[in-house]
Design a binder for this molecule. Structure first.
Ligand code: ADP
Ligand code: MG
Length: 292
């Protein structure tokens, strides 16, 4: 494209809250055929809340929440913040966790009231040999409702399940329909479990869901799509998404997301609205058409 066309395109983007950081990004975006969307914070608001607390019959509900809040208090994860907020809402006195440790994409562990405690997803429990059989039906029901079930255990025994759910942003569904109408293949990529991810994926109408992806593997998923000959746009908000944003042909960051994501992206969506993804691609197409 000519320097003038690029300037016009960049200016039109900026006027609409679409910050395009390089001429290349504006030129490449027109050829994109696949859009990869992160779930938490990108398709959803990223402000999860506790929706269900299911405790073992011999465990008091407040004891489950006290352990969970103690374990999650040092964590910066949005799921952790939801659990700490629930503990506060219930006015619980939460002890400190000693030897706190975080396993990226899986959960947290630490010593609470002298007991070895852990919390997180099924993989986190499996790694410590926790028996999940008694809560399998609870897990399936919660996940089928699009909620994220988190498990908590003390001294090798499960205490219960706390479900956390996030709400889909109001424009995500129409934005994804817009992308599909442009002939784009839309993929949701998430570290969340498959059942929860599928439920959200159905709500917003993506073509495909790739779930249970560890933070360090998101970039590899983008590369895999590129190896199929696709031109990939990646949209994300988290530190987790940064390597995938760099790897993608075009990386788009949610303006309300982390600084790391914005620094790693080619385009920043200041309004944090997924409608600006098809808008950015259309802008690129218009820019390219103008110079032909
Ligand atoms: P996403 O890709 O959706 O942003 P993450 O990669 O951050 O998700 O996390 C993936 C999964 O790991 C979560 O859905 C949750 O089950 C588990 N997990 C991660 N961090 C925590 C935590 N602090 N407490 C409990 N579970 C966690
Ligand atoms: Mg995210």
């Amino acid at each position: 494209a000519t320097p003038t066309a690029i300037m016009v395109g960049t200016g039109r983007g900026a006027a609409n809250g679409i910050l395009i950081k390089s001429a290349e990004a504006l030129e490449i975006a027109h050829g994109v055929d696949t859009v990869v969307l992160d779930k938490t914070g990108t398709i959803t608001r990223g402000e999860p809340r506790v929706t269900d607390v299911v405790h073992r019959a011999d465990v008091a509900v407040d004891d489950l929440l006290r352990v969970a809040a103690a374990l999650e208090r040092p964590s910066e994860h949005p799921l952790a913040k939801a659990i700490v907020a629930e503990g506060e809402r219930r006015g619980l006195t939460v002890p400190n966790a000693d030897g706190f440790e975080q396993v990226p994409g899986q959960g947290v562990r630490g010593i609470v009231d002298g007991k070895e405690c852990l919390g997180g997803n099924a993989a986190m429990m499996a790694a410590s040999g926790i028996d999940m059989a008694p809560v399998e039906h609870v897990r399936d029901r919660l996940a089928g409702e699009g909620k994220t079930p988190l498990f908590f255990a003390a001294d090798g025994r499960l205490l219960g399940v706390i479900a956390v759910a996030d709400t889909v942003k109001p424009t995500s569904r129409e934005a994804i329909a817009g992308m599909r109408a442009m002939g784009l293949d839309v993929v949701m990529l998430t570290g969340d479990n498959a059942r929860t991810a599928e439920a959200i994926g159905r709500q917003v109408g993506v073509d495909r869901v790739v779930a249970d992806v560890l933070p360090q593997d998101k970039e590899r998923e983008v590369r895999r799509l590129q190896d199929e000959g696709r031109k990939v746009a990646m949209v994300g908000d988290g530190i987790n998404d940064a390597p995938a944003l760099v790897r993608a042909d075009v990386g788009l960051a949610i303006g309300a997301g982390t600084d790391v994501a914005m620094e790693s992206a080619d385009i920043v969506l200041m309004r944090s609205d997924l409608n600006d993804v098809p808008a950015a691609i259309e802008l690129s197409q218009a820019t390219i058409r103008n110079i032909k």
